[in-house]
Every structure is written in structure tokens, then in C-alpha cells.
Design a protein around this ligand. Structure first.
Ligand code: F3S
Length: 408
């Protein structure tokens, strides 16, 4: 790989152990991918910062960097951890070990000392700082839903970086020129259409099933082109998360959304997904019974989604099911007061900094209903029975479960 004189100096340790170590990792991975050079990044989002995930070895490595006085070279945000920092026991059915908290706090202290903004959220794309990232600029993001959203919706460039690479890239402010950082690798060659009746709307559950199908069948180096209208922001977000969870894709060009220029006429392969296949999967995943818990917030909910949930719940007289919402502190700080009061009166758990998947939550055999395919994908692996409904169907299913007043 070609390195500038400055990059070579960093690699050779002229600026100290920490920078050299980070540069060595970036250069050796870049070399193994046959990357020709390094490019600058404007932002990093570090995943894999949960103590439950990286344990003592990860904690020690980050602390070593921090003790060395290493600072992040670019603005850096951080993914969720395993608990709510303001209420350790906020997650139902979950007890957080105090040693776990001690380990996590050390990681957070180190990251903060290095200059990270402790956003503890997987939706960096909802943070105000995202407006500072220009379309087309390269970043190093290490959270799969954010990677897909960043490439496909914001038009910024990132590969799917693992936690360690996003950390090292944040330190050196550079990443190898490879994959989706290269413009031509972002131009789709295969179009996906859904064969469906005219009034068939693609909500977030259906979009996620489409994401699952595309992830399984797409066999081309370039991103797929989804030639469908996605209903709203929730749909786009959950679609991005399903793409990230169900396979290895890092980008989908979405009709009318992805800011990219290409000649559609040059696409000569179209794959049609039949809506009956979506319906079949939707039926498999839909709830058969009342859940023990309803979960929204994978990826973290927006203020808009939280207020929408509150609006639906306002009509509920006697809510018998525990509702859990996970979100970022940033979005939570913007919620309308009335909505907050409704959530409080319904005993809804609004939890920050974490999610049911990253936290040690894992009550075997529990019935959870959610609108998130990604939550379904990972919680099912923990032995939890997960089924899917659209957020917009919340009111209707609550009525079916007789949680609503009769006059509704
Ligand atoms: Fe975010 Fe947790 Fe889902 S980190 S994308 S809410 S698995």
C-alpha cells in the first residue's frame, strides 16, 4: 500500500506507541485487502464498546490507548452498552452485575478521555452532528444498521467496520481505500422489484422481510437496487437494520432515497419478489398470542416514533402488557412533555444507552412482540419467542388483546 511520508512516520512509531499500533492495524488490514492507499475520514462511530462484548481484553486495550494520552483524530461517537447509565436495573427481567458496571465505566472513561462523545446509541444518523458530514465523504462506522443507513440514505461512504477497526480508524483518522469508499463500487447492477397489488403498502415489517430476502439472494459485488417506495422513516430505518442483520450487505440503493447518480438503463437484471412470499413470512412472524413484553427501539427509536407510541397508548385504558422503548439520550431529550406523561402513566419503560440485545436481557421462553426484524433475529438466538408487528398496528393489536377501551 502506498503511504505518505507522514503515514510512514506514524507507522514507524515517531509519534508514539499508540498511533503506531492503530496505524499498523489499519495498514495490515488494508494490505490484506489489496487496498492501494489510505484516505481521510470525517467521522467514526465505534461499535463493540459493551463490557459484555469485549470484556477485560477490550477494556485493557482501550485503557492502554487512553493512558498513553492518545486522542481521536476525528469526531467519534459510540454505540450502546449493556445498561441504562441512569438506572442500572431499568431493563425488565435483567439484573446487572456491579462488576460488569465497573468494567463498563472504565471503558467509557477511557473513551471519553480520548475525546469520544459518549452518545451510546446505534442511530448516529439522528444526531445533530450528522449534518456536518457531507454527502460523499468517507467515515468509519462500526454498527451494521448505521452502516447501511449511512451509505443508503445519507450518501456517506463506509464499509462495515468491526469494533476494533472503527476504534483504530478513529485514532488515525484514516481508513483503507476499499469497497464502498470507491465510487464505482456503489453503482448497482441488479434491480429488485416487488410484485404486489396496488394498495399493498410496504411498512417496516414487510420492508424488513424484503431486506431478509434480498440479503439471502443477492449475489453480486455491487449493492442491490431496491425499486420500491418505503412508507416512512421507520420503514427505512428498520429495512436498513434488517439488511445489516440478515446478511453481509453494507448498502442498498433505494429508489428516491439514496443520493447517488447512475444510469438506470444500464441495469439489465431485474429480480421480482412476489408479495405472497412476503405475506407468507409475515404470517410466520406475526404474534399468535398476547406477549409478555412489547419492545420498540432496535435500532434506537426517534423522538417521532416515541411520540407516535404515546399517541396510540393514550387510547388505552388498562394496559396489561409491559412496553419497553430504547432510545438515545439525544432523542429522549426532545420528546414532547405530554407524550412523556402518557408513557409514564402507562408504566412504559423508556430506557437510554442500551437495548434488549446488547444488554444481558435473555429471559428464556418470554414472548416478545416488536417491530424490529433485527431484534427478532438476535433475541430469538437467546431463546426468546419473538414476533413482529408494525408500529402502526400497535393500536389495533392492543385492541385485539383487549387492552383498549370498548368504544374504540
Ligand atoms: Fe441498536 Fe441494539 Fe438494535 S445496538 S441496532 S438497538 S441491537
Amino acid at each position: 500500500m502506498y503511504l505518505t511520508k507522514e503515514e510512514e512516520k506514524i507507522l514507524n512509531g515517531e509519534y508514539g506507541w499508540g498511533l503506531a499500533k492503530a496505524m499498523q492495524v489499519i495498514v495490515s488490514v488494508g494490505d490484506s485487502l489489496n487496498s492501494e492507499k489510505l484516505i481521510g475520514i470525517t467521522h467514526a462511530h465505534i461499535s463493540g464498546v459493551s463490557y459484555g462484548n469485549i470484556g477485560e481484553p477490550g477494556k485493557k486495550l482501550i485503557k492502554q490507548f487512553s493512558d498513553e494520552g492518545i486522542k481521536f483524530s476525528v469526531k467519534t461517537t459510540v454505540n450502546p452498552i449493556g445498561y441504562d447509565t441512569l438506572d442500572y436495573d431499568a431493563i425488565p427481567f435483567t439484573k446487572i452485575d456491579r462488576n460488569y458496571i465497573k468494567g463498563q465505566e472504565e471503558i467509557l472513561r477511557s473513551l471519553q478521555k480520548m475525546g469520544a462523545d459518549l452518545t451510546l446509541s446505534c442511530t448516529p444518523y439522528y444526531l445533530p452532528m450528522v449534518n456536518e458530514i457531507k454527502i460523499g465523504s468517507s467515515v468509519a462506522w462500526g454498527e451494521s444498521n448505521a452502516v447501511v443507513y449511512g451509505n443508503s440514505v445519507l450518501g456517506i461512504k463506509t464499509n462495515r467496520e468491526g469494533g476494533p477497526i472503527s476504534l483504530m480508524a478513529a485514532i488515525v483518522g484514516k481508513i483503507y481505500y476499499y469497497g464502498l469508499h470507491i465510487e464505482e463500487n456503489r453503482i448497482p447492477e441488479i434491480k429488485y422489484k416487488v410484485n404486489k397489488p396496488e394498495n399493498y403498502e410496504i411498512n417496516e415489517v414487510r420492508a424488513s422481510i424484503i431486506g431478509e430476502i434480498i440479503s439471502k439472494i443477492h449475489n453480486n459485488d455491487k449493492p442491490p437496487y431496491l425499486y420500491e417506495k418505503l412508507r416512512n422513516e421507520t420503514t427505512v430505518k428498520e429495512f436498513s437494520a434488517s439488511i445489516g442483520a440478515a446478511g453481509n450487505l453494507a448498502m442498498v440503493v433505494i429508489k428516491g432515497i439514496t443520493p447517488i447518480k447512475f444510469n438506470e438503463k444500464e441495469i439489465n437484471e431485474t429480480i421480482t419478489i412476489d408479495f405472497n412470499d412476503i405475506k407468507k413470512r409475515e404470517d410466520e412472524l406475526k404474534p399468535n398470542d398476547k406477549p409478555d413484553l412489547i419492545y420498540f427501539g432496535c435500532p434506537h427509536t426517534s423522538k417521532y416514533e416515541i411520540e407516535k407510541i404515546a399517541k396510540y397508548l393514550k387510547k388505552v385504558d388498562n394496559l396489561k402488557t409491559q412496553i419497553v422503548i430504547t432510545s438515545s439520550r439525544n432523542e429522549m431529550s426532545k420528546i414532547d412533555k405530554d407524550a412523556l406523561n402518557i408513557l409514564k402513566s402507562k408504566n412504559v419503560k423508556l430506557i437510554g444507552d442500551t437495548c434488549l440485545i446488547v444488554s444481558p436481557f435473555g429471559y428464556h421462553g418470554l414472548n416478545v412482540v416488536t417491530n424490529s426484524y433485527k431484534a427478532y433475529f438476535y433475541l430469538s438466538k437467546k431463546g426468546i419467542n419473538v414476533s413482529l408487528i408494525s408500529l402502526d398496528d400497535l393500536e389495533e393489536v392492543l385492541r385485539l388483546w383487549k387492552n383498549l377501551r370498548v368504544e374504540l
